[in-house]
Design a protein around this ligand. Sequence first.
Ligand SMILES: [Zn+2]
Length: 397
Amino acid sequence: MEVFNSTGLMLGSIVNAKYLKLESYWTEKKYHNVSPIWRSLCAVRSSMKEAVCWAVGTGHEIKIWSDPWVPYLPDFRVEGLPGAQRKIYRVADLICQHSRMWKVDLVHEYFTPHEARAILSIQLPMDAIAGRLLWLKTPTSQFSSKSAHTMLTQNAPSSSSSPKINPAFHWKALWQLQGISPRVQIFLWRVITNSIPLKSRLAQFVSSIDNCCPLCHFSPETTDHLFLKREVVQLVWFGFPISLHVDMNNNDFTLEYIFKGWLSQPSSFEAAKMGCAIIWSIWKSRNRAVFDSWKFDPKEVITNALHVYNEHLVDACISPTLPQTNTQVGLVEASAHWSRPPEGYIKINVDGATWKNSIAVGLVVRNELGMYWLVDLSLMKISLGRMLLLRQKQELS
Ligand SMILES: [Zn+2]
């Protein structure tokens, strides 16, 4: 395993020979009667998952179901269609070694459409060279014990509020949130620590990957671009009960900044949970748009985010209280504060914003619980002669 071999200690060869006869490092379950080194390596396995990915060559050395090899998928891994795991084992079996092309039929036979698209997007080298296990924590993809140490220190739950990373980020508050799906909670952590496979991130390590946003083909796909600053995503933030108005022109208005504010005090924890649900839902829709050619629909993102948000409310016996979103220093201008209409009334919020040559308009209708909503939106391209900036907020009750 190159990761270990490149420590220069031959440690990898020894460990491979001794313990990894057929099993992969990722699936080996033996913990007893093993050396302290191997036990330590197993202990950090889950942290290592986000740090390595194969660059596919011939595919002979890559195990389809346990190794990380598809850069566009979560943890770089595939699950496949039911039964597929018994039929095919090595990535090499999916590649025609003469033409150096994917066996498209096989890929479609064994994987979901989403995974198949991700696999087929991997560019195979023209020559039948061996694959390389890339270490994603250094720009050169070369393993260094320093980078591993930094990563593991960052990942350790006890030191996740370590001043070394995101000093002011309230990790502790994040982990203590009640009534939130753990997968969504962890997803925020991955986003803030820049650990999800966004194009801009992948392009740092794999030269054949374009860093451009696959949805708008306009900006690099960064965390803030995908989750916050795209026009269509603005509508999501505004249309959700948080009614967050995204300031497109303020570079300091980042995802980290917003969540930092929300997690700094209990009165905005609900907003933080909603924010987690939104980014999770945006990511799901982004993946469906990229791999399954679905349309990125802000209404659908909101519906799914509401579902995710409500999922655990009952478990936590929390009434759907509405968040105070604008209580944190600096966030006052960032979000429109929503107050409930009296029982039996509905409230309509309208927001408009301009961005480059477009206007976006969002309309939200809610009852006193804030849980019924409707977003009517229009995105218009306008020929901009000298258009006055239009940013109006009206609150009608
Ligand atoms: Zn984009």
